[in-house]
Each structure stands twice: as C-alpha cells, then as structure tokens.
Design a protein around this ligand. Structure first.
Ligand SMILES: Cc1ncc(C[n+]2csc(CCOP(=O)(O)OP(=O)(O)O)c2C)c(N)n1
Ligand code: SF4
Length: 268
C-alpha cells in the first residue's frame, strides 16, 4: 500500500484525534469487512460527537448477536446483556440515573424475535432512551438463519426453498405501539444516521431508529445490500412528521422511504 504523503498523513492524524473518533474504543470492531454495521457505528459516533455529550454520560446497552457486540467498540459505558433484553435493561439504567444518555442497540433477531415483547412497552411508556435496531433480516452471529424481518421467499442454508412467512415491519410496529419519535434509515448513509440520531437523542421520549442494513457474509442468496442501495430513497418532501396518519400512510405505502417518519412531544 502507498504511504500517505505528509499533508494527507497530517489530515488523517487530525481526523483520528477529533472527538468523532474519540467515541471509538481501542478495540477494533470484529465485524466482517463490508458489514453494514460499520456505517451504523459511524452514524452513532457522529451523533454523539455532534451533541458534544461527555463520554462518561453515555451508556450503550445491547443484547446478543453481531450487533450486540457494539458496546465493546464504543468508548462509553456499556452493557452487553442477555439475548433480547436490551430495552428493559436500558430502561432501568435511565430510571436509575436520568442524567445519562442511554442507547439500546441490537439486531432484528434480538429485538423482533426473542426480545419482541419489549418494543411495545418501551414505545408506549415513551421512556427517554434511543433504540437503534440494526435490521439485516438475518441472524448473523449464528451464521445466517432467517429472522422475523426476512422477506418472504428469503433463501438461506436452513430455508433452501425460501421462507413462507410474512416479515414484521419494525417501523410500523413502533408507530402503532406509540413511540413518539420514529425514523427509518439505511446503514449506507452514516451522515443521515448521525443527523437523525442526534435529533432522536435530543427528543424527550422514546426514539426508535430502524436502520436497514445487510449481512454480507451469510446473505449470499438474496443480496439485501444490493437491493437496498437501489430501493432506499428519502421520504418525499412535504411529509409532515407531526401528522400520525400521514406517518402511518407513508409506512404502509412505501417500505423504503428513509428519514424522520414521525415525532410528537414525548413524555420525557
Ligand atoms: C437465549 C438465547 N437463545 C439463542 C441464542 C443464540 N443466538 C445468539 S445470537 C442469535 C441471533 C442474532 O441475530 P440478530 O439479533 O439478528 O443479530 P445479528 O447477529 O444479525 O447482528 C441467536 C439466535 C442465545 N445466545 N441466547
Ligand atoms: S456475520 Fe454478517 S452481521 Fe455479523 S459481522 Fe459478519 S457481515 Fe456483519
């Protein structure tokens, strides 16, 4: 590899010294090269950097899975809990110390499968935490089984003829459960994740960020990442995120519009 010249080397050093990079822990992510999770990591770091929250005032809570490893890669406090349990633990952390910025993170298997019973209650209680769902439509850590959000016909080594079930729609679920801040995003757009995540953290209630991503290692058949790159597009201008019915209609009509879907006051 070519060694960078002195100007580029200085630029790299300044970027690496910046607060943005200070939210990365010393442990390099163990995710596979090309995994969409790197984009989500960059987006979350950008949000924390933009808001200038001190590291010791942030707690990231995860369940189990590739996404569940997130706290190890974040230079904040962190809890790696049991499968599907990030939301109740994050809620407890926030109640114990409301001054903390509390993020729950995890995969679709973690949040919609084994932990599926927690999203309704975190949403309707409108606890002031942010939940980032890393939705790659597959169980990554356990090597590629279909998940509750896999599209019908999803082929994996354990579903060689394609799944027959209908997928869960996490954005629609959070909206209908009463979350006061709902956004849908794409891992290939970390800047957008950072911007909307910062709004979600500032929002005085439960903010739900549904991030479409993909498992480049085990999703060989359906190739979700390639589809996403083609299908994802911004929510049409003129959408009023304070209008619940408009938000429901948007989500019912369009699976791939990304941006801020809905926001109302929040309970704090
Ligand atoms: C109680 C329990 N059941 C099952 C498992 C096995 N397990 C570990 S990770 C995982 C699925 C993870 O998938 P997902 O949440 O989508 O996250 P990803 O790995 O794709 O990030 C499963 C089933 C476990 N660790 N604990
Ligand atoms: S197995 Fe899939 S989800 Fe897990 S790190 Fe690798 S690419 Fe990402």
């Amino acid at each position: 590899m070519k060694t960078p010249g002195p100007v580029l080397a200085e630029q790299i050093r300044r970027i690496e010294d910046s607060k943005l990079f200070s939210f990365r822990s010393g442990q390099l992510p163990t995710w596979c090269p090309g995994c969409g999770y790197f984009g989500i990591h960059a987006g979350i770091n950008a949000a924390l950097w933009q808001l200038g929250i001190p590291h010791h005032k942030v707690v990231v809570v995860s369940g189990i899975g590739c996404a569940g490893r997130y706290p190890f890669f974040s230079n904040t406090y962190g809890l790696h809990t049991t499968h599907g349990r990030s939301l109740p633990v994050a809620t407890g952390v926030k109640l114990a110390n409301p001054e903390l910025t509390v993020l729950a993170v995890g995969g679709d298997g973690d949040g919609l499968g084994i932990g599926g019973g927690h999203l309704p209650h975190a949403s309707r209680k409108d606890v002031n935490i942010s939940y980032v769902l890393f939705d790659n439509s597959i169980y990554g850590l356990t090597k590629g089984q279909p998940s509750p959000s896999s599209p019908t016909g999803f082929k994996t080594k354990v579903s060689p003829s394609g799944t027959t079930e209908r997928p869960l729609n996490a954005t629609l679920m959070a909206l209908s459960y009463g979350a006061s801040f709902v956004a849908r995003l794409f891992a290939g757009e970390p800047g957008r994740i950072g911007e909307i995540m910062a709004q979600g953290i500032r929002h005085p209630g439960f903010s739900f960020l549904h991030v479409y991503t993909s498992c480049v290692t085990f999703d060989k058949e359906y190739k979700t990442w390639d589809h996403l790159k083609e299908w994802v597009h911004p929510i049409p201008e003129g959408h009023d995120p304070s209008n619940f019915r408009a938000a429901m209609n948007l989500v019912l009509d369009d699976d791939f519009a990304t941006g801020l879907v809905y926001q109302r006051g929040g309970n704090g």
